[in-house]
Design a protein around this ligand. Structure first.
Ligand SMILES: *[C@@H]1O[C@H](CO)[C@@H](O)[C@H](O)[C@H]1NC(C)=O
Ligand SMILES: *[C@@H]1O[C@H](CO)[C@@H](O)[C@H](O)[C@H]1NC(C)=O
Ligand SMILES: *[C@@H]1O[C@H](CO)[C@@H](O)[C@H](O)[C@H]1NC(C)=O
Ligand SMILES: *[C@@H]1O[C@H](CO)[C@@H](O)[C@H](O)[C@H]1NC(C)=O
Length: 264
């Protein structure tokens, strides 16, 4: 057990040197940047039961983990899933969120659910693995074999398409694909996309970058990317678990970078 921990830590340190800014994305994932849109997702292998709760769980946890932690901190009697999930529905004003909470909570029971939410330490993928909704696979691998942007240059307003190809010999565990841009105005633009467990094979993914200032961006809620002329570095990371997470079942498989230029 100890040697595994040391090995993973060594991998993370090595990769961190290569790509220091790919850290943890659970916060940002809640606020997907509208300029980054995933066009094409690799085929998803559903388990035999049919309904795949893993993506639902990761979305739910990303949105609700802070509210759940607040409910736990505020104390109160939480002896049944209906107490916790009712309080969550009230707090978020969403019956749908409460209903998903009920489904997930009833898998492990309220006591275990409350414990695991705290153990997961704001890592949605790890939490969904702990409640056994997302599959764990730690002998996975993935290598990026091609990474391009089309067109390589264009004026502001261009939709740049990032094309990522990778191969996996053993298959991959539940993880994520993170894309991060070094922008000309220094504003962070990044997004993380859940990658479900996949069998060995060659995969492709395309992400569109709409290089156009978002008219709905509210500068009081955070900086608004202006897509100024210049070269934008695109960094990609493929990971088991959350990229940069120090929790079990987490590992950076591979990273890559490319760039595009906004002419002006
Ligand atoms: C949710 O809010 C309603 C109305 O305010 C209240 O009656 C109910 O007890 C609340 N439920 C929970 C579980 O907090
Ligand atoms: C891939 O699977 C083989 C056979 O199970 C194993 O020996 C190897 O360590 C795995 N690769 C990785 C990266 O874990
Ligand atoms: C990925 O790259 C590493 C080192 O660059 C290599 O050892 C490994 O065999 C490659 N794996 C695949 C699936 O190509
Ligand atoms: C952008 O990519 C091209 C082609 O891969 C490369 O030659 C160039 O050095 C890169 N520019 C920067 C600023 O990284």
């Amino acid at each position: 057990m100890k040697s595994v921990t040391v090995f993973l830590a060594a991998v993370l340190v090595l990769e961190a040197t290569a790509l220091p800014t790919v850290l943890r994305f659970s916060q940002e994932r809640a606020v997907l940047k509208p300029q980054l849109v995933r066009l094409h997702q690799v085929p998803i292998v559903k388990d035999k039961v049919g309904v795949d709760l893993c993506p639902t769980c990761v979305d739910f946890t990303t949105q609700a983990i802070n509210a759940l932690l607040e409910i736990i901190l505020n104390g109160g009697v939480l002896t049944a899933c209906s107490d916790l999930c009712g309080a969550l529905a009230n707090k978020t004003g969403s019956q749908a969120v409460g209903a998903i909470c009920d489904v997930l909570c009833s898998i492990v029971g309220v006591e275990e659910f409350l414990q695991l939410i705290q153990d997961a330490d704001l890592d949605p993928i790890y939490f969904c693995e702990l409640i056994t909704v997302c599959p764990v696979f730690d002998s996975g691998d993935a290598n990026i074999t091609a990474l391009t942007v089309k067109p390589p240059q264009g004026p502001q307003g261009t939709s740049f398409i990032v094309d990522i190809e990778y191969t996996s010999k053993n298959g991959t565990g539940t993880g994520e694909l993170v894309i991060e841009l070094d922008t000309v105005d220094g504003i962070p633009v990044a997004s993380a996309f859940l990658q479900q467990k996949q069998p060995p094979g060659t995969y492709g993914s395309k992400i569109t970058i709409h290089a156009k200032p978002d008219p709905d961006c509210d500068p009081t809620q955070g900086p608004c990317e202006m897509w100024l002329p210049g070269t934008y570095i695109v960094k990609i990371a493929l990971c088991n678990g959350e990229c940069g997470s120090l929790h079990p079942h987490s590992q950076i498989y591979d990273t890559g970078s490319t760039n595009f230029t906004i002419t002006g």
